[in-house]
Design a protein around this ligand. Structure first.
Ligand code: HEM
Length: 400
C-alpha cells in the first residue's frame, strides 16, 4: 500500500538505507536538523525512515494531545524494542488497555505528591553525597558529570524502591545497571539499522528474537533484567514481612532507570556552566534562602523562583526522550494503520509562536517575565511534554 502521507512536505533524503534517520538521531549538535526542519516545514512534516519508509513528525500541540490520549496509537517498533529489552513484556510500559491501567493504579501510591515529599530526606542525602564527591574531584581537570548523576539517580531510586543504598546491593547488579546506562546512551548507525530491521518484523517474531539473539548487548540486558527482578522480588518479600508485622509499605515503587533524570540534570548544569552570571544569581537565590533558616531541610523549593525556572527551561530545551514513537493501530483519518509517527516533543517545545522568538535560546527568564503565549494545556508539568501526556504520562515526574 502506498503511504497516504507521501505528499506531505518534508526534508529531502539522500540515502535509501538510512533516509533522514542519521540526521535526526546523530546530528553534530543536539537537534541541528530537527529544529531547522521545524522552521522550514512547520509543526507537521514527513521525513524518511530507513529503507524508504515515510514517517510523520508531529509537533503541533493539539495533534500531540490527540495522539497521546487516543487508544488508536500505540508504541512504534523502536520504542517497543527498547521496552521489551529494558523492561520486558510484563512491565507497566509494555502493557496496554485495562492491564496497563491496573498496573499504573498499583504503582501510583508510590508517586503521589505526598509520597514523593516523603522521599526528600533520601534525595537530600544523595545530593549531599554528590556535593562531597564533586568537591573532592574538583581538583582534577575534568569530571564526567553524566556518570556522577547516573549513579546518584540510581542511588536515590534504589533507596526508595528497594529500601537500601546501592552499597548494600549485589555488586553484580550495580555493575550491570551502569553498563546498561552506557549502552542506552550510545547511539550509532548500526543500532539505528538494527532497530529498523527488527522493526519490519511482526511484534511476536520480534519479541522472540529479542529474547534469543546471542548478541553481547542483549545478553547484558537480559542479565540486568534478571538481577533487577531478583532484587525487586527480595524487596517485595521484605516489605510483605514488614506489613505482616504491622509496618508501612506505602513507600513501595518499582524499579526504573534514573538515566532520564541524570541527563536532564547534566544538560541543566551544561547551560549553567555556559552562563556564569545566571549561575551566580541562582547561587545567591539559594544562599539567601539558606540564610533565612536555621534548618536547611525546611526550605520550600516552591519558593525558589529562579531554581524552578532553570529546571523548567532545562526540561523544555532538552527533553531526554525528544520524539517518542507511536504507530497507528487502526486506520485513522488521515493516516493508515501501521503509519509510524514521531511525537515531536522537542520540536513542540521550540515553537516560536508559543515559547517566544528566542525559543532556541536557554533563557529561564521566560518563565518569570510572562513573555510566553498561553499554550494548549499539555503534559503534567509546566505545559511541557518532556514527561509525555495522556494515558502514558511519566509516572515518575514528581520524583524526577
Ligand atoms: C527528567 C526525568 C524523566 C523524564 C524526562 C521522563 C520522561 C518520560 C516519558 C517521556 C515517558 C513516556 C514515554 C512514552 O510514552 O513514549 C515516561 C514514562 C515513564 N516514566 Fe519517566 N521520565 C523521567 C524520570 C522518571 C523516573 C525518575 C521514574 C521512576 C522513578 C519514571 C517512571 C516512568 C514510568 C513508570 C513510565 C511508564 C508509564 C506508563 O507506561 O504508563 N520516570 N517517562
Amino acid at each position: 500500500m502506498r503511504s497516504t502521507i507521501r505528499h506531505v512536505a518534508g526534508p529531502p533524503s539522500t540515502s535509501w538505507i538510512f533516509g533522514n534517520m542519521l540526521q535526526l538521531i546523530l546530528p553534530p549538535q543536539h537537534g541541528d536538523y530537527e529544529y531547522s526542519w521545524l522552521n522550514i516545514y512547520g509543526s507537521v512534516y514527513r521525513f524518511k525512515g530507513c529503507f524508504g519508509n515515510d514517517k510523520l513528525m508531529v509537533a503541533d500541540p493539539t495533534a500531540l494531545k490527540h495522539i497521546l490520549n487516543s487508544p488508536d496509537f500505540v508504541f512504534g517498533p523502536t520504542l517497543d524494542i527498547l521496552v521489551q529489552c529494558l523492561f520486558g513484556e510484563r512491565s507497566v510500559m509494555a502493557r496496554e488497555g485495562t492491564d496497563h491501567q491496573r498496573l499504573r493504579a498499583g504503582l501510583n501510591p508510590g508517586f503521589t505528591a505526598a509520597a514523593v515529599r516523603g522521599y526528600r530526606p533520601i534525595f537530600e542525602k544523595v545530593a549531599q553525597g554528590i556535593t562531597e564527591k564533586l568537591e573532592h574531584e574538583s581538583e582534577s581537570f575534568s569530571t564526567d558529570i553524566c556518570a556522577v548523576f547516573n549513579s546518584a539517580a540510581f542511588d536515590a531510586i534504589s533507596e526508595v524502591v528497594l529500601g537500601c543504598p546501592t552499597a548494600n546491593l549485589d555488586p553484580k547488579f550495580v555493575k550491570t545497571n551502569l553498563e546498561v546506562s552506557h549502552l542506552t546512551l550510545g547511539q550509532s548507525a548500526s543500532a539505528i539499522l538494527g532497530d529498523a530491521l527488527l522493526g519490519i518484523l511482526p511484534p511476536c517474531i520480534r519479541h522472540k528474537l529479542i529474547l534469543n539473539l546471542p548478541t553481547k548487548n542483549l545478553r547484558l540486558l537480559h542479565a540486568q533484567r534478571a538481577l533487577a527482578t531478583e532484587a525487586g522480588a527480595r524487596a517485595v518479600c521484605e516489605k510483605r514481612d514488614l506489613l505482616a508485622k504491622g509496618g508501612d509499605v506505602t513507600e513501595d515503587v518499582f524499579t526504573l532507570l534514573g538515566e532520564t533524570t541524570a541527563n536532564t540534570l547534566a544538560f541543566g548544569l551544561f547551560e549553567l556552566a555556559r552562563d556564569s552570571e545566571l549561575q551566580q544569581r541562582l547561587r545567591v537565590e539559594i544562599q539567601d534562602a539558606l540564610g533565612t533558616t536555621t534548618n536547611p531541610t525546611s526550605i520550600s523549593y516552591a519558593n525558589l523562583p529562579l531554581l524552578n525556572a532553570v529546571i523548567k527551561e532545562s526540561l523544555r530545551m532538552y527533553p531526554v526522550i525528544p520524539f517518542p514513537e507511536r504507530v497507528a493501530a487502526t486506520d485513522t483519518i488521515p493516516i493508515r494503520k501501521g503509519q509510524v509517527i514521531m511525537t515531536g516533543i522537542g520540536s513542540f517545545q521550540r515553537i516560536e509562536e508559543i515559547w517566544g522568538r528566542d525559543a532556541n535560546k536557554f533563557r529561564p527568564g521566560r518563565w518569570l517575565d510572562g513573555s510566553m503565549c498561553s499554550a494548549e494545556a499539555v503534559g503534567p508539568f509546566a505545559n511541557l511534554l518532556s514527561f509525555s501526556g495522556g494515558a502514558r504520562t511519566c509516572l515518575g515526574w514528581r520524583f524526577a
